[in-house]
Design a protein around this ligand. Structure first.
Ligand code: PLP
Length: 371
């Protein structure tokens, strides 16, 4: 076993984060009010090119509030990709609606617009495209479908901070966009999230609901049941520092992908992330899908075990949502592409602290097992 473990996605934290947290502690504003909260929201909105951004306690709670603000409820269906993190589906269930799981594109691993079209019913109210592993979903086609069928679009941009499509940032296309700042994300606040929108009503509704539905003009008057889904000023202090270096974090992610591409060249029957035309992927996770021949030699799970022995941490792709016990009975399709990717895909170490030497070692080890 190697002494140094190469982890899959360690956060990149430095002096700026520490200084901001110290300032926040010294100010005594450690809960959900304080200068960093306002600063983080303003700067994130500016960075994304949207009118409004409001901090939340996680990406999951952000998705929940986004669906509540759009009045998605029991009796409604929401179309989601089968290949995503479970939070996308859970948020739909939290509001009493039904997720409908459809297949993803073979090349880009994001929700397939033709599969959306087939799944639309009288009960469909919204689509949640997920910008998986830092790529951007086919937003032109998705927005066209949404317009034609009068559906809302909630972008799950939890994994795609700063990704661009036709020069516009992921999360800024739909009615609402939701980000996660979990520790393994491109930028982090420990736990945390952001809801972004250009619609003032949605912004006000999310801000109201996350704050126990307290009347903005009447303290301790709560006309509805709300939630405590607020972010703390301490978290926002970290967030401001992270946002300050977002461009270098993204450049490093893209560089890591290029290193993998270089050092894995020559390895046949594998696929790495592919970038859609007119897209700037942020390669949150450089990922590898094993082809039919190579996995006869070594299946994905066996490969992951061998890598672990060599001190290399990897992650399997997500299980299809429609495979989970609580979602098996929900409407879904035989999503062959999602199922195949789920079984044969793995996320390689992609943290922005990685060096070229680390990536070279991972690639040499992969070649040792795969060639
Ligand atoms: C696609 C996707 N959606 C939603 C979430 C939920 O975010 P969080 O973990 O901050 O609740 C995540 C992150 O883990 C995610 O990857």
């Amino acid at each position: 076993m190697r002494k140094k473990i190469i982890s899959v996605a360690a956060p990149n934290l430095g002096r700026e984060e520490l200084n901001n947290v110290i300032k926040a502690v010294k100010s005594s504003w450690i809960s959900s009010r304080g200068e960093y909260i306002n600063k983080f929201e303003k700067e994130f909105a500016r960075y994304l090119g949207v009118r409004y951004a409001t901090t939340v306690s996680s990406g999951t709670t952000g998705l929940h509030l986004a669906l509540l603000a759009l009045k998605i409820k029991k009796g409604n269906e929401v179309i989601i990709p089968d290949l995503t993190y479970v939070a996308t589906a859970n948020a739909v269930k939290y509001v009493g609606a039904q997720p409908v799981m459809v297949d993803v594109e073979p090349d880009y691993w994001c929700i397939d617009p033709t599969a959306i079209l087939k799944a639309i019913s009288k009960r469909t109210k919204a689509i949640i495209p997920v910008h998986l592993y830092g790529n951007v979903a086919a937003m032109t086609e998705i927005l066209k479908i949404a317009k034609k069928y009068h559906l809302y679009v909630v972008e799950d941009a939890a994994e795609a901070h700063g990704a661009e499509y036709k020069g516009k940032k992921a999360g800024s296309f739909g009615d609402v966009g939701v980000f996660s700042f979990f520790g393994n994300k491109i930028m982090t606040t420990g736990e945390g999230g952001m809801v972004v929108t250009n619609n003032k009503k949605i912004y006000e509704r999310v801000s109201f609901l996350k704050n126990q539905a307290q009347s903005p003009n009447n303290k301790y008057w709560h006309p509805e049941i709300g939630f405590n889904y607020r972010m703390t000023n301490l978290q926002a202090a970290v967030g401001c520092a992270q946002l300050g270096k977002i461009n270098s974090l993204i450049n490093k992610k893209r560089k890591i992908f290029q290193w993998y591409k270089k050092y894995l060249s020559g390895l046949k029957d594998i696929t790495l992330n592919q970038e859609r035309k007119n897209t700037k992927s942020v390669y949150w996770m450089t990922s590898l899908v094993l082809g039919r021949n190579i996995r006869k030699k070594i299946p994905r799970d066996a490969l992951m075990k061998l890598l672990k022995k060599d001190g290399i941490e990897t992650r399997p792709f997500f299980y299809p949502i429609s495979k989970m016990p609580m979602y098996r009975k929900e409407r879904h399709y035989p999503n062959f592409i999602a199922y195949n990717l789920s079984q044969n895909g793995l996320n390689l170490p992609s943290g922005t602290n990685l060096t070229e030497k680390d990536v070279k070692f991972v690639c040499q080890t992969l070649k040792k097992h795969l060639l």
